[in-house]
Design a protein around this ligand. Structure first.
Ligand code: ADP
Length: 255
């Protein structure tokens, strides 16, 4: 059995995920995992963020705008945005083989595409903006946790943006929709749908990413979008709080 088949085998195994109307970790259906966000945690990055979403622990570092190397990758009229998602070998139960794999390349690509229209690239011709996200501990929803951390790191780096990206997933488990699934719900559920939204002037303006793994009815998808929007607004408030906290600290230092 190859790695992919083993993965599918795990997915097929049945586990009851809703017991007496509650999720396995006691959360309500529309409840996020506890979130902790801290901006400006790395000295050498232009902007950074440490973020926990339940048992996920991630760090984001932003460098730039800076000169792009190799030079042939420069764009004469705008900045080049690069996004690298990486999982530490110790971030999952069984050691993960270090280095990029198909999954991390895909996550990096869709995450970069979420930021492309938001970052004001036209202000920085020939330069590059590099976003690195590192998963230190994984428990499902790492791409959403990383997007949330990257947003705070981008603001911390002072990168001008048209809006902020906030991300959360909705899953279907035991026939019901649940917000922000953790590992058991992600692995054994019927569907997992990560969303990312662009939030502008305190309101959700558009969707920057939706992925679908599994099956949902059209009606369920509509409901999932509404649940995700509500969850995203809660996360957005925490992202803002982390940024304000960092800048309040800077002002005090400068006085
Ligand atoms: P996301 O983390 O964005 O939900 P996936 O749905 O692909 O992305 O992965 C769900 C979870 O499965 C991850 O958060 C992680 O806990 C686990 N996982 C992913 N890749 C691996 C791997 N190579 N080895 C072990 N566990 C993994």
């Amino acid at each position: 059995m190859n790695e992919m088949d083993e993965d599918l085998e795990i997915k097929k195994e049945y586990i009851q995920l809703i017991v007496d109307g509650k999720r396995l970790d006691g959360r309500g259906f529309e409840e996020l995992r506890p979130i902790k966000i801290e901006a400006g945690v790395l000295k050498r990055a232009d902007g950074s963020c440490y973020l926990e979403m339940g048992r996920n622990k991630v760090v984001a570092a932003v460098y730039g705008p800076r000169e792009v190397h190799p030079r042939h990758m420069q764009e004469p009229s705008k900045a080049v945005v690069r996004y690298r998602y990486n999982m530490a070998p110790f971030s999952v139960e069984e050691r993960k083989r270090p280095g990029p794999d198909r999954r991390s390349v895909e996550i990096s690509k869709v995450s970069r595409e979420a930021y492309e229209p938001v970052i004001m690239k036209e202000l920085f011709p020939r330069s590059g903006i590099d976003i690195f996200v590192e998963v230190l501990q994984a428990d499902a929803g790492t791409r959403t946790a990383c997007l949330n951390a990257a947003t705070v790191a981008l603001v911390d780096a002072g990168i001008p943006m048209r809006g902020l990206i906030t991300s959360v997933a909705v899953a279907k488990v035991d026939g019901v929709l649940v917000l922000d699934p953790m590992k058991e719900e992600d692995n054994h559920g019927e569907a997992d749908v990560p969303f990312a939204f662009v939030i502008r002037n305190g309101r959700i303006e558009s969707i920057a990413l939706v992925q679908m793994d599994g099956k949902m009815t059209v009606e369920e998808m509509k409901k999932a979008t509404e649940m995700a929007k509500k969850g995203a607004m809660e996360i957005y408030a925490l992202q803002r709080e982390a940024i304000m906290k960092k800048y309040a600290a800077v002002e005090i230092e400068e006085e």
